[in-house]
Design a protein around this ligand. Structure first.
Ligand code: SF4
Length: 377
């Protein structure tokens, strides 16, 4: 079995005002002990998974590039030494503009990172400031160019729409700028105001100047229209790629493939079981150092839940749910097993039913949750 590895670096210089990811600022004093604990987990899991090949690695966060380079290289080396990484593996790293320069990027590339994903979010300074991002638009451009100069051809830019003060015009400018940078992959996410974040408090106090619903919808439509025109195929609800440049690691999530998560807050999906490590960085370090397990959640969904997960993850992709893949997994014929849901969703024009697969329509892509809910047990 080929395995994906996800490695979590839970540190950020400062929290973005919308972020509820497991990432923490002002933890510099733990960088070294966290790295050592992470490498210990890598070594231990490397033994347990010695029979597997690893064909994708994703080092995410947080902001991995906030770790001092020697620590980052220690993590990369530990993975390469302790897992059977295939020669053609996709090895991605997330980075925040403002935390990398040409020298760091060249070192990362020399140590086997072959895909960079930049959390740019927007190319409009005022929006970045309002969202609490640590970088400017210019630094976003500079980071991507530096990566290209360091020899990276496989680069992603993350963009957001629906940000406070954002207009359709400046979202269009950001899309255009991303395309002009000639990166092969662009991800586009709508802002969600998550509970407990500073944005949520501002929203409750009516101090968050979000775009009107119609304007936000126009931004979504613009991405859906503009990026394919520029040669980026929409292969997942939020992801667009030039020919052959799909993110192989993220496809594992949507294709219900196995992956092993390492580090605080990292999730795994193994043998149809879902596991999660503790989100607390200190607890994680203590657990590892005392020879214990950092796993704080473990559950095997029942078959009905597995089928639901399989369906709504698969439906996120342009390829949709393959009947053959569903059969391989569950030994059931998808069209018969879900005949009622398929008929309902097709009648609402949310899915296209084909001979070999079922896919979301453009309307279904827009209102994905309506389709996903239909498969819940
Ligand atoms: S850089 Fe990413 S992980 Fe860190 S606070 Fe901002 S959105 Fe969250």
């Amino acid at each position: 079995m080929q395995l994906g590895l996800y490695i979590h670096i839970p540190f950020c210089q400062q929290k973005c005002l919308y972020c509820d990811f497991p990432s923490y600022s002002h933890m510099e004093s733990l960088y070294e002990s966290y790295t050592n604990a992470l490498c210990r987990e890598i070594i231990g899991q490397g033994v347990l998974f010695s029979g597997h090949e690893v064909d994708t690695i994703y080092i995410g966060g947080g902001t991995p590039t906030l770790l001092p380079l020697p620590l980052l290289l220690q993590v990369i080396t530990a993975v390469q030494t302790n897992f059977h990484v295939t020669p053609d593996a996709e090895v991605s790293m997330e980075a925040n503009p403002g935390t990398v320069d040409g020298g760091i990027l060249a070192d990362l590339r020399a140590h086997g990172i072959n895909r960079m994903s930049f959390g740019v979010q927007s190319f409009t300074d005022i929006l970045l400031q309002e969202a609490g991002r640590i970088h400017s638009a210019e630094e976003g451009i500079a980071a991507v160019r530096a990566a290209q100069q360091a020899g990276f051809s496989n680069i992603n830019i993350d963009l957001m729409y629906g940000l406070p003060l954002q207009t359709l015009k400046n979202f269009q400018d950001s899309l255009r700028q991303a395309v002009d940078l000639a990166v092969p992959h662009i991800s586009v996410y709508g802002l969600k105001v998550e509970e407990g974040t500073p944005f949520a408090h501002r929203l409750a106090a009516e101090r968050l100047l979000l775009p009107a619903e119609e304007e936000e919808e126009a931004m979504y439509e613009e991405a859906v229209r503009f990026l394919p025109q520029c040669g980026y195929k929409r292969y997942e609800i939020s992801n667009y790629a030039a020919q052959g440049q799909l993110c192989r690691h993220n496809l594992k999530y949507w294709n219900y493939s196995s992956y092993l998560g390492l580090g605080a807050a990292a999730h795994s999906f193994l043998n149809r079981e879902r596991l999660a490590n503790t989100r607390d960085v200190r607890t994680y370090i203590e657990q590892i150092n005392s020879g214990g397990s950092p796993v704080e959640y473990q559950e095997k969904p029942d078959v009905a839940e597995q089928m639901a997960e399989f369906c709504f993850l698969g439906l996120r992709t342009a390829a949709g749910i393959s009947y053959e893949a569903f059969y391989q997994y569950f030994e059931k014929q998808f069209p018969q097993h879900f005949s009622r849901q398929v008929a309902e969703l097709a009648a609402k024009k949310l899915i296209d039913v084909g001979k070999e697969s079922v896919k979301l329509t453009p309307l279904g892509m827009k209102y994905g949750n309506l389709a996903f809910q239909a498969f819940l047990p």
